[in-house]
Ligand binder design. Structure first.
Ligand code: BGC
Length: 775
């Protein structure tokens, strides 16, 4: 008997490894591979491989040997591979304004630059989903060709406040715009066979104390506003991954929230990819058991101790093996889709020239012409241009933090104007030289900042009134660029950031004064990724162009618009309030208490930010301003063109589910151009109380020649018209007459129509994510 048992155990010990050795992962044997994995291997697979060497170098950390991995240098992270079972590692890297990897590597002179595309708010302001898809496709190509599997983008949090430091990465104050633009971006990137990670899920609407803040949001605004964009993107574009955010939501870390990551995301919306965490260090560790049970499959960036936590939790019975296996299965399903698993031979040589052309053109479509008195733009009969403002010379292509792309160059405005045949230097050499000298001195003083963080933006240069007067004599017109840069880890201040600084105010009024006295025009270029106060000064210049942070070809893109090579067709996706304090969230926003960069990550400092206070609730952006007739500086959806458009009488056709409407847009001016038409809907009385108008669809024409027309079609289903009834945990669309407003912006309704919904509709969902404190 003893002998028999010995032989049996020898056979088993010999046989098992042999079987395991021959077992290699493929898309049809995932269950079998899961069965063959040890608990230790599973725990490794659910945790990333740690910070990369380039990251540690950039941020001054040293990390423990063996804890980091650089498969692609400077990528944000990677997942574990298990040779034994043919499980390859995979690589994930930021976004969103392009791929973010290290531009240089040890042991080679080669550079690995990526294209710096326009930031999120710029892309969204184009309202052109096809254009956004194309930009996504170009970025996705760089992801593929540099050996990365997933782009950590797009950023989809709502622009709840103009003070939010990461607004440049996000799309809009409106969830429909956010969802549709994100879906287009995801579709574009993923058309390359690589993945995306829509982030930061959810309600990550401030940077201050981002890892300790508890966002308290009632279920209705949560469902209708803060989750809606994610819902649209998941349903319409099937992103491979979702990134859970740092913050707590209604008392729970989003990374531990079963309601958020499983009930809503997977059960209700049908998400079939993996959830990975935002980059959470060991010191900020949440509960491994709760995370796995919640459905967070991958902990990033990871550290060996986090795998140990999982093992301990399983052994202590705190999390079931079924839950672990579910996450492992989803990880394997993700891995088999990746180019690295499929053995794709990447070139490390994407067509950067072609992509530069794409970014140059796409940036022009997002630019918003805010003012253009007496046809100041496009520039005609002016050659010598006096260019003021340090950011004309030190142009801002994008934001800071993980959203900063390591690009080969940035075209500044001077270069852009020169390329367009204008003369921003020449006889005006004094001004040019003054800025150049200042720039050199300041750059030298600022020292070399890491390539991963990007170069800091220079403070504005003081300029003598006498020099301005001389310029006003010599030049044909003036351009003043006002710049702002913000980013991860810090929110903005009202003073000297949302509002102009006193130096900027003085420059603007001196320049307008001097040039207007000579009968010459002044154009202001806004080079930023966020809203700014405009009401107090917009009367001064003759034209204002919101150029955003338009990517590495920025100066060329702006010049294309200034000379009329491109007709601006962007419209605001965020209201520009008169005062920052007019924005309802301002009373709930951590104004004035911003900690220094980097200290916003303090773990355990739980602090409520209560969206239910001061009647904020549903009152975000135009939903508040329009409903309550509060004056704004520029309304949601606003943007001028070098031409004009007329809207025909709409047609409305009821469908089995909702309606289809059309409107014909005609170019009535003398310049070719594109128009964005926004369809707002006012709901009938009787149902839930609603904002006076809500955006339910939008469309953009192709470029129409003068006199040319295009029919735009808007299809809206009953679910899109629904509001969330907290008491019933249901989406509800009331029966009755809906007013359809076809508008150039929320305050400029050009045509109206009605649609009658005969039968009310409702969709019951789960009662989850109620706030942890009584409302
Ligand atoms: C950011 C994410 C980013 C990640 C990886 C985090 O700090 O919040 O947006 O994707 O770092 O770099």
């Amino acid at each position: 008997m003893k002998k028999f048992l010995f032989v049996l155990s020898a056979l088993l010990t010999l046989g098992l490894p042999m079987r395991a050795q021959s077992l290699k992962l493929n898309e049809n044997n995932i269950d079998e591979v899961v069965k063959a994995m040890t608990l230790e291997e599973k725990a490794q697979l659910l945790v990333g491989r740690g910070r990369s060497v380039a990251f540690l170098a950039a941020f001054g950390g040293n990390g423990m040997i063996g804890q980091h991995a650089d498969i692609v240098s400077g990528a944000a992270g990677s997942t574990f591979g298990l040779d034994r079972l043919g499980i390859t590692p995979t690589v994930v890297a930021d976004g969103p304004a392009g791929l973010r990897i290290a531009p240089t590597r040890e042991g080679t002179d080669r550079t690995f630059y990526c294209t710096g595309f326009p930031v999120g708010i710029s892309l969204a302001s184009s309202w052109n989903t096809e254009l956004v898809r194309q930009v996504g496709a170009a970025i996705g190509n760089e992801v593929l060709e540099y050996g990365v599997d997933v782009l950590l983008a797009p950023g989809m949090n709502l622009q709840r406040s103009p003070l939010l430091g990461r607004n440049f990465e996000y799309y809009s104050e409106d969830p429909l715009v956010t969802g549709k633009i994100a879906a287009a971006f995801v579709n574009g990137v993923q058309s390359n066979g690589v993945g995306t990670s829509i982030k930061h899920y959810a309600a990550n609407s401030q940077e201050t104390n981002r890892k300790g803040v508890n966002d308290v949001v009632a279920q209705r605004p949560l469902r209708e506003l803060y989750l809606k964009g994610f819902e649209i993107a998941v349903r319409e574009a099937k992103p491979w991954t979702v990134m859970s955010s740092y913050n707590l939501l209604n008392g729970e870390y989003t990374q531990e929230s079963h309601g958020l990551l499983t009930t809503i995301l997977r059960d209700e919306w049908g998400f079939d990819g993996i959830v990975l965490s935002d980059w959470t260090d060991k010191a900020e560790t949440r509960s491994a058991a709760r995370e796995i049970h919640a459905g967070q499959d991958l902990k990033m960036p990871g550290a060996p101790v986090l795998s140990e936590d999982i093992i301990t939790a399983v052994k202590a019975g705190k999390v079931s093996m079924e839950d672990v296996d579910l996450c492992v299965k989803r990880m394997l399903r993700y891995i088999v889709r990746t180019p690295r698993f499929k053995g794709y031979k990447y070139s490390e040589n994407p067509d950067l020239k072609a992509h530069a052309a794409i970014t140059r053109q796409s940036a022009t479509e997002g630019m918003v012409l805010l003012k253009n008195e007496n046809h100041t733009l496009p520039i005609r009969n002016a050659e010598n241009i006096a260019v003021f403002g340090i950011n004309s010379y030190d142009f801002i292509a994008g934001g800071t933090g993980s959203g900063n792309v390591n690009k080969a160059y940035v075209v500044d405005l001077i270069e852009g104007l020169n390329n367009a045949g204008l003369k921003p230097t020449g006889s005006l050499a004094d001004l040019y030289m003054a800025y150049k000298k200042y720039q050199e001195t300041k750059n030298a003083a600022a020292g070399q900042r890491s390539t991963m963080l990007g170069k800091p933006v220079l403070p504005e240069m003081e300029i003598d009134r006498k020099l301005i007067d001389i310029q006003a004599n010599l030049a044909d017109m003036a351009i003043l660029t006002i710049g702002r840069q913000a980013g991860e880890g810090r929110d903005r201040a009202i003073e000297d950031d949302f509002n102009l600084t006193s130096l900027e105010r003085k420059m603007l009024s001196d320049i307008c004064d001097a040039f207007h006295m000579q009968g010459k025009k002044v154009v202001v270029i806004l080079n930023m990724g966020n809203a700014i106060e405009t009401a107090s000064w917009k009367g001064m210049p003759d034209a204002i162009l919101m150029a955003w942070q338009p990517g590495q070809e920025g100066g060329n893109s702006v010049a294309d618009v200034l000379v009329g090579k491109s007709n601006p067709s962007g419209k605001l996706t965020m209201t520009f309030p008169v005062n920052c304090m007019d924005v309802p969230s301002s009373l709930n926003f951590p104004i004035g208490s911003q900690p220094a960069v980097g200290s916003s990550n303090a773990a355990g400092q739980r602090k409520n930010v209560d969206y239910t206070l001061h009647a904020e609730g549903m009152d975000i952006g135009y939903r508040y301003f329009h409903t309550n007739n509060v004056n704004v500086s520029y309304p949601f959806g606003f943007g001028l063109s070098y031409t004009t458009f007329a809207y025909s009488r709409p047609t409305v056709k009821p469908l089995a589910d909702g309606f289809e409407a059309t409107v014909t847009v005609t170019n009535t001016g003398d310049t070719a151009g594109k128009e964005v038409v926004q369809l707002y809907v006012s709901a009938p009385a009787g149902g839930l109380e609603k904002p006076s108008a809500e955006l339910r669809s939008f469309a953009k024409t192709r470029e129409l020649k003068p006199g040319e027309s295009q029919v735009l079609t808007f299809k809206v289903d009953a679910y899109t018209l629904a509001s969330f009834n907290e008491a019933a945990s249901a989406w509800e669309t009331a029966a009755g007459q809906y007013r359809l407003l076809f508008a150039a912006n929320v305050e400029d309704v050009r045509q109206t129509a009605v649609f009658t919904l005969k039968k009310a509709a409702s969709w019951k969902v789960n009662d989850v994510l109620a706030p942890d404190m009584p409302l």
